[in-house]
Write a protein that binds this ligand. Sequence first.
Ligand SMILES: [Zn+2]
Length: 285
Amino acid sequence: MAKTANPLKGYLRSPKLYITLPSGGKFSNIQSISDISAELPICALTSMDETILRNPDALLNGESLVKVIQSCTGIKDVYELTSNDVDVILLAIRYATYGNDLGIVAACPECSNVNDVTVNIEPILETVNELEDSYDVTLESGLQCFIKPYTFRDSQRAALAAFRETSELNNLINDNADDLAKLATFNKSFIAMAELNIEILSSAVIKVIIPATDEDEEQEVKNHKHILEWIKGINKSEADMIINELNTINDLGVTRETTVTCEKCAHEYETRLEFNPSTFFETGS
Ligand SMILES: [Zn+2]
């Protein structure tokens, strides 16, 4: 059945700006790569989007952020975006809705005066740089491990797990159970958290290359089950090498540091802009 064309269609909000995303379509499982490899239109929040973001649970509930990003960009498969792309999109939506100025607070490391700082968003969006085609670390064992930035799904899972752990800890402290029972509950939640972290870590590993030896040729492992089993069993220093590289990659694509001059002692210091919807949207109105 043909729908009647809405005569108001031409009066919907139009994009405020166009941005390029750090991933440029790399590392995504998104069906229509063209959605994110070209210039991406960014619309301002609708009043409905604003209401969704005002919900105190919106931060924890990835679904609300997904809805807002879908509404302002038209991207359908938001969970599959790299977290680098999502950071830039949220900043651009903030710009489209509330303008160039973003107020943050940053304590001075010299005199601990808390400075109110206004950050200009436009120059940050102009310095978005594209991610490399691939990232890898060579481990002590000689294995070459190829990794990709977190997807929005991964970063949401990690944030939710960290939140759950904190709230479970708080519940435990206030619980009347005896200490032994508390310890058992804590251990259980701690193990669940560790397992989830391993899972998230292994989903960031694309492939592992076993170097050639005198007897065997170089071998490439892409099987995800094999990779998960391997990650579970590697030593801590190797896991840390992968995690460090991942943390670096997850921060790429956009400048997160800004220079602040202290109003009280004139000390110059760097502060980090948190790419966090509560920073971007709570103070916006
Ligand atoms: Zn100071």
